[in-house]
Write a protein that binds this ligand. Structure first.
Ligand code: TYM
Length: 335
C-alpha cells in the first residue's frame, strides 16, 4: 500500500444559517473550511434544525438559508470537492440526535455555557430543544465519523460533550463512533465585539457597530473599525488588559498572515487611528471578491439547488451507514 491510498482524514463542520454571516464565523471557522478542502475529505452543512431552538419567522428563515448557502459557496466552499448540504434534508441527523439524547446526561447538558446564555437571552422560550441542542450537534459530527471539526473557540465545550457521549456509547457497544478533535485556529479563534471587546462578536450584539458582517459594504466595514473601542495606551502592542487592540491585532493577523511582532513594528510610532483604518481596509479588501461572487450566484436558484441536492444525497448515504450500525448495536431491528 502506498501513502496515496491511505484514507484521508475526514472533516465535518456546520454553521447555523440564522441571519447574516459574521466576521467571527468567517475567521473562526469558514476560512479553515475552505483551506482544509484540498488536504482532507471534508463534509459541511448548514445547521438549519439548530436554528429553531430560537423562534424564526418562516419567510425570513427560508431566505436566510439560501443567503447563507450562496455566501459559503462565494467564500470558497466547493461542493464538487466537499459536499455541502442542508441539515434538514438528511433525516439521519434528527434520528441519531434522538438516540444520543438517551445517552446524554441532564447534568452535563446543564453545564453548557451556550444553554445558560441563550436561556437568559430568550427567557420566554427556554425550550427542550435549546437544552438538548448538543446531542443534535454530536449527531451531526458522529454520523460522518469525523476526525476533525473546524470551529471557533466558543464551540469547544460542545466538542467535549460530543467526545464524552461518543466514548460512553462506544464503551457500551464497541467501536461505533470515531472520537473527533476540535480544530481551532491559532489567531481569531474568538473574535470579540468591536464595541465590547470582552464579549464575543455575535449577530445578537445590540450595538450594530460591534458586529461586522461578510456582506457589509466596504465603507460600513471601515466605519465600524474606525469606531472600534480601544484604550488610552495609544500604542499598538499585544498585552493583558488591551482587549480591544488585542482583538484588532488578531483580526489583522488572521487576514494578512502577519505575526503580532510584525504588526507591532509596522505600527510603531503610529496612532490607533491609522491602525484601525488599516484593519478596516484589510477586512474590506478580503471580503470584496466574496461579495462580488455572492452577487453573481445568489439568484441562480437552479445552481444552488443542484449543489445542495447532490450534497444531501451523498451525506444521506454516508450517514445512514453510521446510523444503521448504532441502531443495530442498540437492539433495533433494521428494516
Ligand atoms: P454558529 O453558527 O454559532 O457559528 C459557526 C461557526 O463560527 C464560529 N464563530 C466564531 N469564531 C470566532 N469568533 C467568533 N466571534 C465566532 N462566532 C462564531 C463558531 O465557533 C462556529 O465554528 N452549534 C454550532 C453549529 C453546528 C456545528 C455542528 C458546528 C451545528 N452542528 C457540528 C460543528 C459541528 C453553532 O451554533 O455555530
Amino acid at each position: 500500500m502506498t501513502e496515496q491510498t491511505e484514507r484521508k482524514k475526514r472533516v465535518f463542520s456546520a454553521v447555523q444559517p440564522s441571519g447574516g454571516v459574521t466576521l467571527g464565523n468567517y475567521l473562526g471557522a469558514l476560512k479553515n473550511w475552505v483551506k482544509m478542502q484540498d488536504e482532507f475529505d471534508c463534509i459541511y452543512a448548514l445547521a438549519d434544525l439548530h436554528t429553531i431552538t430560537v423562534r424564526q419567522e418562516p419567510a425570513k428563515m427560508r431566505s436566510n438559508i439560501l443567503d447563507a448557502y450562496a455566501l459559503f459557496l462565494a467564500c470558497g466552499v466547493n461542493p464538487e470537492k466537499s459536499p455541502f448540504f442542508i441539515q434538514s434534508h438528511v433525516n439521519t441527523h434528527a434520528q441519531l440526535a434522538w438516540i444520543l439524547n438517551c445517552y446524554t446526561q441532564f447534568g452535563e447538558l446543564s453545564r453548557m455555557t451556550q444553554f445558560k446564555d441563550k436561556s437568559q437571552k430568550h427567557a420566554d422560550n427556554v425550550n427542550a430543544g435549546l437544552f438538548t441542542y448538543p446531542a443534535l450537534m454530536a449527531a451531526d459530527i458522529l454520523l460522518y465519523q469525523a476526525d476533525m471539526v473546524p470551529v471557533g473557540a466558543d464551540q469547544r465545550q460542545h466538542l467535549e460533550i460530543t467526545r464524552d457521549v461518543a466514548q460512553r456509547f462506544n464503551g457500551i457497544y464497541g467501536n461505533v463512533f470515531k472520537i473527533p478533535e476540535a480544530y481551532v485556529p491559532k489567531t481569531a479563534a474568538r473574535v470579540m465585539s468591536l464595541q465590547d471587546p470582552q464579549n464575543k462578536m455575535s449577530k445578537s450584539d445590540t450595538n450594530i457597530n460591534g458586529c461586522v458582517y461578510i456582506l457589509d459594504p466596504p465603507e460600513t466595514i471601515i466605519k465600524k473599525f474606525k469606531r472600534a473601542v480601544t484604550d488610552s495606551d495609544a500604542c499598538v502592542r499585544y498585552a493583558d488588559g488591551k482587549d480591544g487592540i488585542n482583538n484588532l491585532m488578531g483580526i489583522y493577523s488572521s487576514i494578512t498572515g502577519k505575526s503580532f511582532a510584525d504588526i507591532e513594528s509596522e505600527f510603531a510610532g503610529k496612532g490607533y487611528g491609522d491602525f484601525k483604518q488599516a484593519v478596516g481596509e484589510a477586512v474590506a479588501e478580503e471580503l470584496r471578491p466574496i461579495q462580488q461572487r455572492y452577487k453573481e450566484i445568489r439568484d441562480d436558484k437552479q445552481y444552488l439547488e443542484a449543489c445542495y441536492k447532490r450534497s444531501a444525497e451523498f451525506a444521506q448515504s454516508i450517514s445512514q451507514r453510521t446510523l444503521d450500525k448504532a441502531m443495530k448495536k442498540i437492539g433495533f431491528i433494521l428494516k
